[in-house]
Design a binder for this molecule. Structure first.
Ligand code: AMP
Ligand code: GLY
Length: 433
C-alpha cells in the first residue's frame, strides 16, 4: 500500500503492447504509487511490478486489489471485462476503469451491439442475426456476395469473415455453427459489406460525459498491400489525415449517442469505448464497438495525450469526467509492429532481442513490448507473435513514419518481420482507397 496519501497504488490487467503503453503512461503520473501489472510482459517490468494473477477471475482480482490496498484497477483486455471483473472490483469498493459485464456486451456480443445501435439510430451495416444454420444460409443466399459473416462472441479477432463469394459466405456460416469459434459462433451475425477506409475513434467515458480521443488507423492484414490473413494489428498511426471535419463530427456524435443509449438503458459504462468505423460514401458507419482500448491504437494515442492518465481514469471511474479536458500533442504518431516470422500462424519463441536501447536513444521514439519476456539469465527474448511496437512522433506524418522505420532497423531478433507500408496509403491521400 502506498505510504503517503498523495499517490495511489494501481493494478493493471493484461500483457500486450497496449498494456505496456498504458503502464508507461500510468507510471509517469505523480499520482501513481506502486503499479502492479498482471500478468505483464518484458516491458512492463521496467515501469512496475509484474504479478501472477488469474486476470479473468473476478474474485481473484478483487481479492488481490483489496489485500494490496490498490486504489484503482485498470482493465486492458476484453476477456476480463466480459467475465465481470469490473463488477467484482467495484463491489469491493475499489475504483475501476472498465465497464462491467453488461456494458462489455458492446464487444462481447455483436448481436447485442447491433440491436443497441438500431435502438439508438446509429449508422451501421444492415444485418441479420441467426441461431440456426439453415436460416443464416437462406439470408446469405437472399442477400448475395460480397457479404460479411461474424461469430457473435469473442473470437480473438478471428470471428469475422469478409466473404467475396457466396460459396465463401456459406462456408463461413457452416464453420461458425460447426464450432470453429467455440460458443462465440453459436449465434451468427450476417452483415452488409461496406467499403471505404477504416478509422478508429476511442473515447473516455464515465457513462455521462464522453471525451473522444484522437483518431487512429490500424493495419489488420499480415502482408503489405493489405493482403493475407487478419492479425491483431501490424501498425497504426494517429491522427488519421484523410478524415474530413464532417466525418470526425459524425463519429463523435455516434460515440455520444451510444453512451447516452447505454445510460438510458440503465447500463453503467465507465472506461474506454472504442468505435471502429468505416468511412463510406454515405458517411461513417460503425463496424464494431470494443469495450477497451485498442491494440496497437493505444501505442500511438497515449504518446500524444498530454493529460495525466491516472487523473483521467480516476475521473472516469468516479463519474466526474466533466472535470476533465483532454489535450493533445500536435505531432503525428506512427507505430510499426515487429512480429515473429510465421505470425499470425505458428511461430517460434525464445529469440534474443537486441537493439531496443539504441532505438529508444533516438529522440521521439518509444518501444512498447508485447510478446517479450525476460529469460532466467536476464536476456530479453520473444514470447509471442506480436513482439514490439515501435512508435515515433514527428512534426509531419512523413517524418514520424520515416523515424519509426529508422528505429525498427536498430532492433534485431531472429525472424523479425514487419510491414514496410504502414501509413503509405494515407500518405497518398483519400484517392488511394
Ligand atoms: P471487426 O472485428 O468487427 O472489427 O471486423 C474485423 C474487420 O473486418 C474490420 O476491421 C473490417 O476490415 C472488416 N469488416 C467488419 N465488418 C465489415 C463490414 N460490414 N463490411 C466490410 N468489412 C467489414
Ligand atoms: N486494433 C484492433 C483492436 O484492438 O481490436
Amino acid at each position: 500500500m502506498s505510504t503517503d496519501n498523495k499517490t495511489i497504488d494501481i493494478l493493471l490487467l493484461g500483457s500486450g503492447g497496449r498494456e505496456h503503453a498504458l503502464a508507461a503512461k500510468l507510471a509517469a503520473s505523480p499520482l501513481c504509487g506502486t503499479l502492479y501489472i498482471a500478468p505483464g510482459n518484458g516491458g512492463t517490468v521496467q515501469v512496475g511490478e509484474n504479478v501472477a494473477l488469474a486476470e479473468g477471475d473476478p474474485e481473484a482480482v478483487a481479492d488481490f486489489a483489496r489485500e494490496t490496498g490498490v486504489g484503482l484497477v485498470v482493465i486492458g483486455p476484453e476477456a476480463p471485462l466480459v467475465a465481470g471483473v469490473a463488477d467484482a472490483v467495484r463491489a469491493a469498493g475499489i475504483s475501476c476503469f472498465g465497464p462491467g459485464a453488461e456494458g462489455a456486451q458492446m464487444e462481447g456480443s455483436k448481436k447485442f451491439s447491433k440491436e443497441l445501435m438500431a435502438r439508438a439510430g446509429i449508422p451501421t451495416a444492415a444485418y441479420g442475426s441467426f441461431t440456426d444454420e439453415a436460416s443464416a444460409l437462406a439470408y446469405v443466399r437472399e442477400q448475395g456476395a460480397p457479404i460479411v459473416v461474424k461469430a457473435d462472441g469473442l473470437a480473438a479477432g478471428k470471428g469475422v469473415i469478409v466473404a467475396a463469394t457466396l460459396e465463401e459466405a456459406e462456408d463461413a456460416v457452416r464453420e461458425c455453427f460447426q464450432g470453429a469459434f467455440g460458443a462465440a459462433g453459436s449465434t451468427v451475425v450476417v452483415e452488409e459489406c461496406l467499403t471505404g477506409p477504416e478509422c478508429s475513434l476511442l473515447a473516455f467515458t464515465d457513462g455521462k460525459t464522453v471525451l473522444p480521443m484522437a483518431t487512429a488507423q490500424d493495419h489488420k492484414r499480415a502482408l503489405e498491400g493489405d493482403k493475407g490473413p487478419n492479425t491483431g494489428g501490424m501498425g497504426v498511426y494517429s491522427p488519421v489525415p484523410i478524415v474530413t471535419e464532417d466525418e470526425l463530427s459524425a463519429m463523435k456524435k455516434v460515440m455520444l449517442n451510444t453512451v447516452a443509449e447505454l445510460a438510458a438503458e440503465g447500463i453503467d459504462y465507465r472506461g474506454c469505448l472504442y468505435g471502429g468505423f468505416m468511412l463510406t460514401n454515405d458517411g461513417p458507419k460503425v463496424l464494431e464497438f470494443n469495450a477497451r482500448f485498442g491494440d496497437p491504437e493505444t501505442q500511438v494515442i497515449l504518446p500524444r495525450l498530454k493529460n495525466d492518465l491516472v487523473e483521467v481514469m480516476l475521473a472516469c471511474a468516479e463519474r466526474r469526467l466533466d472535470e476533465v479536458e483532454l489535450a493533445w500533442r500536435d505531432e503525428w504518431a506512427v507505430a510499426v509492429v515487429l512480429t515473429s516470422a510465421g505470425y499470425p500462424g505458428s511461430y517460434e519463441k525464445g529469440k534474443v532481442i537486441r537493439g531496443i536501447e539504441d532505438a529508444e536513444a533516438m529522440e521521439d521514439v518509444t518501444v512498447y513490448h508485447a510478446g517479450t519476456a525476460v529469460r532466467e539469465d536476464g536476456e530479453l527474448v520473444t514470447s509471442g507473435g506480436r513482439v514490439l511496437a515501435v512508435t515515433a512522433l514527428g512534426d509531419t506524418f512523413e517524418a514520424a513514419r520515416d523515424l519509426a522505420y529508422e528505429a525498427c532497423e536498430k532492433i534485431d531478433f531472429e525472424g523479425k518481420t514487419l510491414r514496410r507500408d504502414i501509413g503509405l496509403r494515407a500518405l497518398r491521400g483519400r484517392e488511394a482507397w
